[in-house]
Design a protein around this ligand. Structure first.
Ligand code: GDP
Ligand code: IMO
Ligand code: MG
Length: 430
């Protein structure tokens, strides 16, 4: 068997959590492979909304093993809170949650460093979620980090203190006052580590590869989105991990030959939270309408999300670097009231040159999108099959497929699990 990968193709918050929960019954294992508590994945069913940050979105389904892979950076304090919140739903993750012993730990000082670096950047700040993601990955690459598997070792405290003291030196260099908060944060950190001792912290790469050998099905759940990828995103306004499909290999210990389908999730329009370039961003009534109807506020930080039209060159780029095999279009219902729906098919630079490629200097130079106007369907969509969708919605889907040469096999029409319309896998000839 192979690992299917589900990931976001835009700047995050495409609706990955909803779809992982929707698809989970078809899988035996759901595994997060990168990111950390910067993610906020929303699931909605039975009238209840759940937001998961580090726990994989298969957790509410029965008989599924949920894996937090080695590529994830893990905040024990946030994880404890998330785990405790599951109790009221009679879910006991001690049984079906597996944490990689190689997952890097986010220390309290990592989050403080995040804040110090952002403050020092002033108006050019990234707009980080301030969860300590960047500094933790920095320490991982610098070979300084502490991992989940270390918490049982006798000298953990000593190693912790050594790294914390290095962080303190950096914080002092940045003139960042941590004295009021650190002691309390450290207490919570060690309390959470104690709590996590009861969980399965293990070699999840063996778990996953053995499962594949036994014919079990694995779904890898991406966090963030391709345009936030550390290598291919709108650098430096990105996150600190490889959010792309290849990240599932390194973040879980799965060989490239064992990757199967790549499901690319995108909104029927576009959003971004935090700073950075966004060529199709809207500042007019249309943008405000999208934000309002789509309830576009960050699931982790509550910050308003910037909104704009669908950006096809960016989407095509994301499909290319991920090898997307199927597209899933989310939040089509948010456009129900629009008479006209645009999408960008190219960019024009300041010299008047047009391109359909993602420009290297998108964070520096201004690129104007070239738009195509589409007739909106201007009605509520209740149908549960593609064939019954209003013609204008069918046309919109067909035009996006035509641009990308990849089939859209799922359309989401609301936040609830049930508001999801799927069709059989189809191929599109290019
Ligand atoms: P993720 O990070 O990719 O999992 O996405 P988020 O959970 O951060 O943001 C997606 C938001 O849109 C959540 O509030 C979802 O409940 C909501 N959502 C998901 N799919 C749909 C949809 O088809 N229509 C509407 N209106 N909302 C949706
Ligand atoms: P999910 O998984 C949307 C953004 C932040 C910021 C940049 C860097 O819910 O789609 P970081 O905290 O990683 O240093 O922030 O990335 N960002 C996200 N935006 N959805 C996310 O996750 C995000 N995770 C990080 O807003 O611009
Ligand atoms: Mg989110």
């Amino acid at each position: 068997m192979k690992v299917d990968v589900l990931l976001g193709l835009q700047w995050g918050d495409e609706g990955k959590g909803k779809i992982v929960d929707f698809l989970a019954p078809h899988y035996d294992i759901v595994a997060r492979f990168q990111g950390g508590p910067n993610a906020g994945h929303t699931l909605e069913f039975d009238g209840i909304k759940h937001v998961l940050h580090q726990i994989p979105s298969g957790i509410f389904r029965e008989n599924i093993q949920n894996v937090i892979g080695n590529g994830v950076v893990l905040d024990p304090v946030i994880l404890k809170k998330e785990l405790e919140a599951l109790k009221q739903f009679n879910i006991d993750p001690r049984k079906n949650l597996f944490i990689s012993e190689k997952a890097q730990l986010i220390l309290p000082t990592h989050a403080l460093l995040d804040a110090a670096y952002e403050k020092a950047k002033g108006s050019s700040k990234i707009g980080s979620t301030l969860k300590g993601i960047g500094p933790t990955y920095q320490d991982k690459i610098a070979r300084l980090g502490l991992r989940a598997g270390d918490i049982k070792s006798a000298d953990f405290k000593k190693k912790y203190e050594a790294l914390r003291d290095q962080h303190k030196t950096i914080l002092e260099f940045y003139d960042f006052d941590y004295s009021d908060v650190l002691a309390e944060k450290e207490n919570l950190f060690f309390e959470a580590l104690e709590y996590l001792q009861a969980f399965k912290i293990t070699s999840t790469e063996y778990l996953i590869n053995q499962a594949l050998n036994e014919g079990k099905r694995v779904l890898a759940e991406g966090a963030q989105g391709s345009l936030l990828d550390i290598d291919f995103g709108s650098y430096p306004f990105v996150t600190s991990s490889n959010t792309m499909a290849a990240g599932a290999c390194t973040g879980l210990g799965v060989a490239p030959k064992n990757i199967g389908e790549v499901f690319g999730v995108f909104k029927a329009y576009c959003t971004r939270v935090g700073s950075g370039p966004f060529p199709t961003e809207l500042f007019d009534e249309d943008g405000k309408q999208m934000a309002k109807i789509g309830n576009e506020f960050g699931a982790t930080t509550g910050r308003p999300r910037r909104c704009g039209w669908l950006d096809l060159p960016a989407l095509q780029y994301a499909c290319m670097i991920n090898g997307v095999t199927q597209l899933y279009m989310m939040k089509a219902d948010v456009l129900n009231s629009f008479e006209t729906i645009k999408f960008a098919t190219a960019y024009q630079d300041e010299a008047g040159q047009q391109t359909t490629q993602m420009p290297y200097d998108v964070a520096i130079q201004k690129y104007d999108p070239i738009y195509v106007e589409n007739k909106g369907w201007a009605q509520e969509v209740k149908s549960d099959s593609f064939e019954q969708f209003p013609q204008a919605l069918q046309n919109y889907i067909a035009k996006v497929e035509e641009y990308l040469h990849i089939p859209i096999n799922l359309v989401s029409l609301g936040p609830d699990r049930t508001q999801t319309v799927r069709r059989e896998s189809r191929q599109i000839s290019s």
